[in-house]
Design a binder for this molecule. Sequence first.
Ligand code: PLP
Length: 424
Amino acid sequence: MQFQNTLSFAQQLDAKDTLAPYKNEFTFPVINGKEVIYFTGNSLGLQPKRTQAYVNEIMNDWAGLAVEGHFKAEKPWWDYHERLAAPLAKVVGAKPEEVTVMNTLTVNLHLLMVSFYRPSAKRFKIICEEKAFPSDQYMLASQVRFHGYNPDEAIVEVKKREGENFWRTEDILQTIESVGDELALVLIGGVNYYNGQVFDMKAITEAGQKQGAFVGWDLAHAAGNIKLQLHDWGVDFAAWCSYKYMNSGPGNASGIFVNEKYLNRKDIPRFEGWWGTKKETRFLMKPEFEPMENAEAWQISNAPVMAMAPYLASLSLFDEVKMDILIEKSKLLTAYLEFVLQEIDKEIGSSTIFEIITPKERGCQLSVFLHGQGKALFDYLMENGVVTDWREPNVIRLAPTPFYNSFEEMYRFGQILKQGILKH
Ligand SMILES: *Cc1c(COP(=O)(O)O)cnc(C)c1O
């Protein structure tokens, strides 16, 4: 498609967009009396309007039924989490029994490492990407120390090449091969939070497993953003948060995936609690733990239903729209934003201002290095109703999400950006 950087062209794309009505399903912050152009769905997704009713339902059941709500609410609390598994499995390409919702992301990665990082003197190394999300770095290092190993020896970071902004798959595969039979675990962010790169999860999973290691993925920036086929790729385990592209509210509950080959296995250790034991006998309060036959065996505490309600509301939107349709729009919208940035750059002339450091393997995030521009531009955008995200040293991250961003917004953003640059 031949794009044009004009209002009428952008409006034509919106007119053809079958997802356009979904913008009205979300609530936008207002700056200077106008709804913002929201580019930070990669950090905290907007609130779906329908979420309030899901939360109110729990509040009302609690008020009216109190303890009876566990079994007598219309959506009983004791198995509330079960409602999330089927729609969530579709989002991440899993079987429903491989998925559950519990705790929060870093906590879940720790719990999954209990099962899938069991180092020995010979096989104790972990491969991750350099400059992984800090929480993941702390998690990996603390796990390594917990097992009595030295993070400097055990953690092998795959680096980007000198002068390049992305990781090469061949370098990751090469590192996996060279660590060989010392490799215990590969754990990488499936979509990098900084440059928006999508890793080749299928190839990396296969390569890690070929060396006898487990392979897990932190899908914080992937769930609800890109096509995932966790089951078909043979991924061992994964976890993600619900508050980024999945629009389920700040700090909210996390999803996990455990490959079906590890369900019902006595040789896979876990940290256990009563919500992981068989639901049929859970309330008999017997001393022996009988694991659930699905990923729920990893659950520990009773379900935080107040946190699950917004996730269930959000999943009802994903279930209506389907990932393939979202991704189709996401690709077009992101390509249009890229085009608008290039056009504005040309119109301003002089030297290149916007360097997109996101490789072509991407979801909807574009990370843009600003040459000759500083934080003042970011502040200008915010004052003018454009919410972006600033990362040192000079990068803004823009995530046009297919659920609630329009093509017209990409055009309008370009115009605001141009004014901002001409002013500074
Ligand atoms: C957002 C994000 C997290 C956040 O972890 P929480 O435990 O939810 O605070 C972790 N890892 C990555 C890669 C992230 O992008």
